[in-house]
Write a protein that binds this ligand. Structure first.
Ligand code: PEP
Ligand code: MG
Length: 747
């Protein structure tokens, strides 16, 4: 890098900083900046275009073009050279602008006089703010160094914008992070919430983009990169990493050790940027480059690089995760992703959760569901768009987020929340009443749980017991295997809180989407159909036995209900059941009190079990249909795959006919049957199940009210007749017929 440009760009940055430090309105500052840049770069024109809205750029200040055009000249994203710079996030440098593809002449600016054009994006990591342009009469291409210098200046402008330096009277200028944004993601957990953004990992704010002493800054960046490398190595040496985590960290290490990265940041510093600003500049540049790459894998690496840059910024600024900001009222957690333990730490104080990544079956989603917090996943760019304290609306039903909403949107949304709250109130009045339908049939409604914190809902919701207690949550949120005594104490507290109501403890259901952080993950091509749930329990019975012992001790003379997940054939159930018998015997011989009564049941989650020998139905004390898994195998549609998971209707006649067979088989042997998948909590589905003859349903506590209200309103025999008729008539799904019939039922 020639020394001349180096010191000039530093001089320019210093002048820029001094200009920005003076008092004056936003417009005044912008005007002075364009003058300064044109003067320093030896060009006749310097203009700043900023986004007026996400699709429109506006000329906000100029030196050299006609002043009347300021705040008048506008262009769409992608339109003309300026629009192209903005869209692609990359510079355009040309000696002959009018000849350039896509050139658009703006007569009101008088720019026809100028031949050469250099435009660079004004952007902050992932956030496009505008375009900085210089133009001159003589036809010449700008040198690499000039481009570089202008990019550095644009970077400082972006930082200054973030700090609000131009806010005020710069009419028409887009104020960053002020606009309302709607983001369409996916549903992780239903429900609606209004609150204020609480960033799980707040962005580091760079307050000093320009630095005078490059040597000090270079020392700082080298030291920080050194620390970063050590921290990545430390992470890599952790024992409990699975293959994917290792791969990600290997990629981190590669970036962290990349000579090119450090060299480019050092060059930025030589040109006058502070160490922090240099990190951000490279982060933005890498982002712009990678966003152009069609390869999904490479674009994924963007995240790694972003993450690494953020870590480096934290090291440099000494800003930890905790910036000292106070959590707002009604916090809505916004994060790229979050682990189950961290989410559990926040607990119920969160009103909602919005994740940029995440998946329906992720541990975070499981915890959000257990906590009944509305969750939106795949909310693209939310982490860059949101600032701590921003107003945010989370629509978990639709998978939509409104950030800094317009008042009309917020009002409509509040109406929706109010309606839901009113409905909840109505349901509360049903709390003590049974779910008896008009025909006199009683359906037992129970709740699903997985955390101690769920138990208060037992009373609040009017549930008659816990039909499914997912014990794996206790295993998932720890970083080491829980001890037997710990589990026994916890299960005892669950039983205490249930006050004699039945709690069906499902033994550990891991594998597939649920991977314990401290267990060696299996490299399986298809984990949902792999080594999971009871298969793991039977093959490696140590944990299963420990869990059974904990349950027996927790019961301490009280009745105990144990349920095995994912039973596929009779012998599996026989083996699992034999473990309970053995542990009961062992506990007794150790002199411990055994439960007064033990119920041992199986979850029916694979179609095969429906056709098991009669001996299975005779042996098991009850069957609980795990509809989430059962449906995914029945329709061959992955429950976690957004593309297919809603593709097939639960009320599809094939599935209902299959349920009818299960109901018949249980009836033949007098085996109690329940349904505990998510569908049990959807009122219309619950109604169909009850009409088919399912007498027990277990669901999220919040669903009990709506399901009960509907069941009490209708005659199940009539509903059954509607279903049968639709089936006879050859319908693919009975939903339209059922909905039609329902719409004619009195409230
Ligand atoms: C199910 O599969 O329906 C079920 C209740 O279990 P989980 O969702 O925990 O797999
Ligand atoms: Mg299941």
């Amino acid at each position: 890098m020639p020394e001349r440009t180096e010191s000039e760009s530093r001089k320019l940055l210093r002048r820029l900083r001094d200009t920005l430090a003076t008092t004056g309105g936003g417009q005044d500052r912008l005007d002075r900046i364009t003058h300064l840049i044109a003067d320093s770069m030896g060009t006749e024109v310097c203009s700043i275009y900023l986004f007026r809205d996400p699709e429109t750029l506006e000329l906000c200040a100029t030196e050299g073009l006609k002043k009347e055009a300021v705040h008048q000249t506008r262009m769409k994203l992608g339109e003309g050279l300026v629009g192209r710079v903005a869209r692609n996030g990359l510079p355009i440098n040309t000696a002959n602008a009018p000849q350039e593809k896509g050139f658009r002449y703006m007569p009101e600016t008088g720019e026809e006089l100028y031949s050469s054009f250099l435009g660079v994006p004004i952007q902050r990591v992932g956030e496009k703010l505008g375009v900085l342009v210089v133009q001159s009469k003589i036809a010449r291409e700008f040198s690499e160094d000039e481009i570089y210098a202008l990019e550095v200046v644009a970077m400082v402008l972006a930082e200054m914008t973030e700090l609000g330096v131009f806010n005020g009277d710069a009419d028409g200028m887009r104020a960053l992070h002020k606009q309302s944004v709607m983001i369409r993601g996916g549903t992780g957990q239903e429900g609606a919430a209004e609150g204020r953004v609480w960033l799980h990992e707040p962005r580091v704010v760079v307050t000093n983009p320009v630095a005078d002493d490059p040597l000090t800054e270079i020392d700082r960046i080298r030291e920080a990169v050194g620390k970063l490398r050590v921290s990545v190595d430390d992470l890599l040496s952790a024992e409990s990493l699975d293959k994917d985590q290792k791969q990600v960290l290997e990629a981190y290490r590669m970036f962290a050790n990349s000579r090119g990265w450090l060299r480019r940041m050092e060059e930025d510093i030589q040109r006058g940027l502070s160490a922090e600003a240099a990190v951000e500049k490279e982060q933005s540049a890498a982002r712009a480059r990678l966003e152009q790459v069609p390869d999904a894998y490479l674009r994924e690496r963007l995240h790694d690089l972003d993450d690494l840059s953020n870590r480096l910024l934290r090291i440099l600024t000494g800003q930890g995760q905790d910036t000292g900001a106070a959590m707002p009222d009604n916090p809505v957690l916004v994060a790229r992703n979050i682990g189950p333990a961290e989410l559990l730490d926040y607990g119920r104080k969160l009103k909602g959760v919005v994740l940029e990544e995440g998946s329906v079956g992720s541990h975070a989603a499981i915890v959000a569901r257990a906590l009944a917090i509305p969750l939106v996943i795949h909310a693209d760019r939310i982490v860059t768009e949101a600032l701590n304290g921003d107003q945010i609306l989370v629509d978990g039903d639709q998978g939509i987020v409104h950030l800094r909403p317009e008042e009309t949107v917020a009002r409509a949304f509040r109406d929706k929340i109010a309606m839901q709250a009113a409905a909840q109130q109505r349901y509360a009045s049903l709390r003590g009443l049974p779910a008896v339908s008009k025909c006199g049939t009683l359906t037992t409604l129970m709740m699903n749980a997985g955390l101690m914190a769920d138990l208060p809902s037992l009373e609040g919701s009017g549930a008659e017991g816990v039909g499914l207690f997912r014990t794996e949550l206790q295993f998932l949120v720890r970083n080491k295997m829980p001890q037997r005594a710990e589990l026994a104490a916890l299960y005892a507290r669950v039983m205490d809180a249930a006050k004699g109501k039945r709690v069906a403890f499902r033994t550990l259901d891991i594998g597939s989407d649920k991977v314990l952080p401290y267990m060696k993950p299996q490299d399986e091509p298809n984990p949902a159909m792999g080594w999971r749930a009871i298969r793991v329990g039977l093959d490696k019975p140590g944990v299963l036995r420990m869990q059974l012992q904990a349950l027996i001790r927790a019961a301490n003379g009280r009745p105990l209900t144990v349920m095995f997940p994912f039973i596929t054939e009779l012998s599996e159930f026989q083996n699992a059941r034999a473990h309970v018998m053995r542990e009961l015997h062992r506990e007794k011989s150790l002199g411990h009190r055994v439960p007064s009564r033990v119920e041992i049941g199986a979850m029916l989650e694979t179609p095969s079990l429906a056709y098991a020998p009669r001996a299975f139905f005779e042996l098991t004390d009850f069957v609980s249909i795990g509809g989430n898994d059962l449906k995914q195998f029945f329709f061959a549609a992955d429950r976690e795959n957004e593309r297919v998971r809603r593709r097939y209707d639960t009320l599809n006649v094939s599935f209902l006919r299959f349920l009818m067979q299960i109901i018949d088989r249980c009836r033949e042997t007098g085996t109690p049957l329940s349904f505990c998948g998510e569908d049990a909590g959807r009122p219309v589905e619950a109604l169909a199940f009850a009409a088919l003859g399912l007498r027990a349903l277990s669901m999220r506590p919040a669903s009990i009210g709506p399901v009960k209200a509907l069941l009490r309103r209708v005659d199940l025999a009539e509903a059954r007749a509607v279903i049968d008729r639709a089936m006879d008539e050859g319908a693919e799904t009975v939903r339209p017929a059922l909905m039609d019939w329902l719409s004619n039922q009195p409230e």
